[in-house]
Write a protein that binds this ligand. Structure first.
Ligand SMILES: [Zn+2]
Length: 359
């Protein structure tokens, strides 16, 4: 593989620097024979989508070939790292393709019958099966397990937890014993509290997060991936749920305060990361829209970029933000300074992934 040379302003926290790329990693000292591919610009560690689904379409599971096209759409938008938050197909063959984003898989969603989208999750007839199912997904995935925490219970007519407290606590312990982190899809306040009590590592969506939950998350470093561009669909979901007026009202009420709630979490120091939730209602390739949304709810522009770049990459264990020499050579290059104008992120001029130019 040809060695590369780049000159530009490296985010975060550097002025103009010269960087070299060889053997898939960054070097701060010259590499003989390197080809100069960037002479001027802003160099951002590869964007990270902390919540999307490569292999899930609006109507359920899709073919691997179509999943590859989803990953390509993400890459072309600058996303070079994906935490796949649960898919019904085995997308691990895509991890072999050097031109596609790095994918950290959470295996399949763990759900109960009729308590999630049909044909997506592993449906457990008895909740007591959860710890064993967690163990199985922990073996198959890349260090993450995904649970569905709450969903509409049609017999109640509102959101309700899928699991009781002791089962959840045992499930989280099982995952941790296997070295995996646990994340959970959750909308409502009651279920968030139960998940936090069980010791989960991350909350997905988290629209109902209370001040007490925010304080607990900040104290323990529990992450939040709010998927704000997906929450925009809540009014549509409510409109279609006319048979369940309590649920519809609940969804509308959470939608009405989501900016304020996620803003409060950011303010309190909860680690918040960018996730698009692409693969369901959201198209792939929209990471910049989520960065813009995080800025709207209170993150500085620089922190919002970090939430989809260096901070997320560090949280996901891909790179140490304080180390340049030897870091994975995943960079997105822009002509302008995205810290001054987030729309700059919509037009990457170069994509470097695993040390090679891929766009
Ligand atoms: Zn999702």
């Amino acid at each position: 593989m040809t060695a590369l040379h780049l000159r530009g302003v490296l985010l975060p926290g550097h002025d103009e620097v010269d960087l070299w790329v060889s053997d898939g990693v960054l070097r701060t000292t010259p590499v003989p024979g390197a080809e100069t591919v960037v002479r001027k610009g802003f160099l951002v560690p590869g964007l990270a989508d902390a919540h999307c689904h490569v292999g899930l379409g609006p109507r359920g599971p899709i073919e691997l070939e179509d999943a590859a096209a989803q990953a390509e759409a993400d890459r072309d938008a600058g996303t070079l790292l994906i935490r796949d938050c649960g898919v019904p197909i085995d997308n691990s063959p895509l991890q072999e393709r050097a031109d596609l984003p790095r994918i950290i898989r959470a295996g399949r969603h763990l759900v109960r019958p009729k308590r999630y989208l049909p044909a997506v999750g592993v449906e457990l007839e008895d909740e007591e099966q959860l710890p064993a199912a967690v163990a199985e997904q922990a073996e198959r995935g890349d260090g993450w397990v995904k649970l569905v925490g709450d969903w509409i219970d049609r017999s109640v007519g509102d959101l309700a937890p899928l699991w009781s407290a002791d089962v959840l606590a045992e499930a989280v312990r099982t995952a941790h014993d296997k070295g995996a982190r646990v994340t959970a899809h959750v909308f409502g306040a009651d279920t968030i509290d139960g998940l936090l009590a069980a010791g989960v590592d991350c909350i997905e969506h988290g629209t109902g997060v209370t001040d007490a939950a925010i304080a607990a998350m900040a104290a323990r470093g529990v992450a939040l991936v709010p998927t704000l561009i997906n929450i925009e669909h809540f009014p549509d979901i409510a409109a279609r749920a006319h048979r369940y007026p309590t649920y519809a009202a609940h969804m509308r009420a959470m939608h009405a305060v989501v900016d304020q709630r996620i803003g409060a979490a950011i303010e309190a120091g909860v680690p918040v990361y960018a996730g698009t939730d692409a693969g369901g209602l959201v198209e792939h390739g929209r990471i910049v829209d989520e960065i813009v949304a995080l800025h709207r709810v209170g993150m500085s522009r620089t922190d919002a970029i970090g939430a989809a770049s260096w901070a997320a990459r560090s949280w996901l264990g891909v790179q140490d933000p304080d180390v340049v020499d030897g870091a994975p050579a995943d960079l997105v290059v822009y002509d302008g300074d995205p810290r001054l104008d987030l729309d700059v992120l919509r037009t990457p001029v170069r994509l470097i992934l695993r040390g090679a130019v891929v766009g």
